[in-house]
Design a protein. Structure first.
Length: 234
């Protein structure tokens, strides 16, 4: 195949991958606790850059007061640890609620883990005010009901599950407790997607894709013309 066509096709494939990633980031700008994805390139093969994969930016998003006592944010490194049907998962999305079983949980029913009770859910009284301290202690009517587990897994050991959940690539790996994360009640961490930057990049990639598409069409026309000329000579 013509080298020009190979280069253009490879470039278009790489740009499509970038568009998918950026579109997903932009679509989740309003998703609390969402961590944006980035891409990294491998070595050039046949003089062409190739995208080897993606990496997740775990930098902290803006913390916004909500006034909702069941909204929690983490200031510092760490993740809320949750019990899910598939095992322990992690999130920075602190949009919690009281489940039908009267336990602190996510909208999907994943329960916050209690460090004082072996990771079991934290039971609460839905009719009483809830106070949550910076160290994760949950109190009602002056009594401690449990302590929210906040862990600090290595970022490279995590794999993404949906928009805001993460799981350990090795479920048997030991995960240390977070040492410098404060639990802030009545606040939410916003997505860390840089909207303006992502939008500008998206437009740039679309233009690159169009240029590569034109190059591919030009290459095809040149090849067709060359074949026609050879046919005339023969």
């Amino acid at each position: 195949m013509d080298p020009l066509l190979i280069s253009a096709a490879s470039g278009m494939k790489a740009r499509l991958d970038s568009l998918d990633m950026l579109a997903n980031n932009i679509a989740n700008t309003g998703t609390a606790g969402f961590k944006s994805d980035q891409e990294f390139y491998g070595l050039y093969q046949e003089q062409l850059p190739t995208i080897e994969g993606q990496w997740t930016d775990f930098s902290q998003g803006t913390l916004t007061p909500t006034g909702n006592p069941l909204n929690l944010a983490l200031s510092g490194k760490g993740f809320f640890a949750l019990n899910s049907p598939g095992g322990v998962v992690y999130t920075r999305n602190g949009n919690f609620q009281i489940s039908k079983s009267n336990e602190l949980a996510t909208s999907e029913g994943y329960t916050l883990r209690n460090t004082l009770d072996g990771g079991k859910p934290i039971p609460v009284d839905p009719l009483q005010p809830i106070d949550i301290l910076k160290d994760g202690t949950v109190r009602q009517s002056g009594q401690d009901l449990g302590k929210i587990e906040v862990d600090s897994p290595e970022s490279q050991a995590l794999s993404k599950l949906g928009s805001t959940y993460f799981a350990m690539a090795d479920p048997k790996a030991t995960v240390p407790a977070a040492q410098s994360a404060d639990v802030l009640q009545g606040q939410m961490e916003q997505s860390n997607v840089p909207v303006s930057e992502s939008t500008v990049k998206l437009v740039g990639i679309m233009r690159q894709f169009e240029m590569l598409q034109k190059a591919m069409n030009l290459g095809a026309e040149m090849s067709k013309a060359a074949i026609t000329e050879v046919a005339k000579v023969v």
